[in-house]
Write a protein of this length. Sequence first.
Length: 255
Amino acid sequence: MVLLFDVGNTHTTIALTREGKEFEKYRISTSKYETEDELYAFLKSFFKDYVENLPIVVSSVVPSVNVVFEYFAQKYGNGEVYFVRAQDYDKIIWNVHYPKEIGADRVCDVIAAKKDYGNNCIVIDYGTAITIEVLRDGVYEGGAIMPGFAMMVNALFKGTAKLPLVELKPYPTFIGKDTESNIQIGAINATIGAVKYVIEHIVKEFREAPRIIHTGGQSVFVKNIVDGIIDKDLTLRGMYYFYEEKKNTARKPLD
Ligand SMILES: Nc1ncnc2c1ncn2[C@@H]1O[C@H](COP(=O)(O)OP(=O)(O)O)[C@@H](O)[C@H]1O
Ligand SMILES: CC(C)(COP(=O)(O)O)[C@@H](O)C(=O)NCCC(=O)O
Ligand SMILES: [K+]
């Protein structure tokens, strides 16, 4: 059994898995824990199974909480903590200027896409930010980062006197008749359009048609709107594959 912690800027997904196929998972706000004991309290309230003395894998794009997992591994784990980093995964060529810069969530998405969908994929992950990954002939070529749907709505709310925060959902038509629908069209429909635009241009760089995979907390927004498949557990599987590659090479926490 392995404990996975997918730490995003909005949510941390905690998952227990045996072989990286099935995941018992829970989602908490990343802002809700600052110590290993607080984190452990969440796990004890969620999992019925024994979650102590396990190796832990962390995909974190929030450096300030990384130390919590070091302490967690020491106090509640088996002492093994694996932080996902591109530079530690040499089964993929990271053909970008600075592989160390790539967000761990993006690394996980690429690892899982290659293993589960092949060498030619475009992965879009809809979270706080929307990330786009390009895997061509088995090589990671880079991608794009866009504001997420909530960030777009928040920007209008924070940047204006009168615009409200609206419910995050695409609007069924494209001519809004009230402020809420105007914002949903401009912040959500238009962001989906931007994703489609970037994908169109990336596809032209491929010789053969790439697989298109959508993942992340808000991937449901593009269902039946953008070509491709929705795979909600892609990041978690990427974390597990990273662990399979690196297990038994963990350094002791706080070394
Ligand atoms: N069970 C859920 N509870 C709350 N929000 C959810 C849930 N499932 C998906 N979401 C959506 O996922 C978003 C967070 O997506 P996520 O990919 O976890 O972001 P990040 O990785 O940037 O933290 C939330 O803002 C919400 O819109
Ligand atoms: C782009 C991201 C903020 C997305 O994170 P998330 O939306 O999951 O919170 C994250 O992948 C990140 O911090 N990346 C580092 C910069 C880069 O990947 O080039
Ligand atoms: K993400």
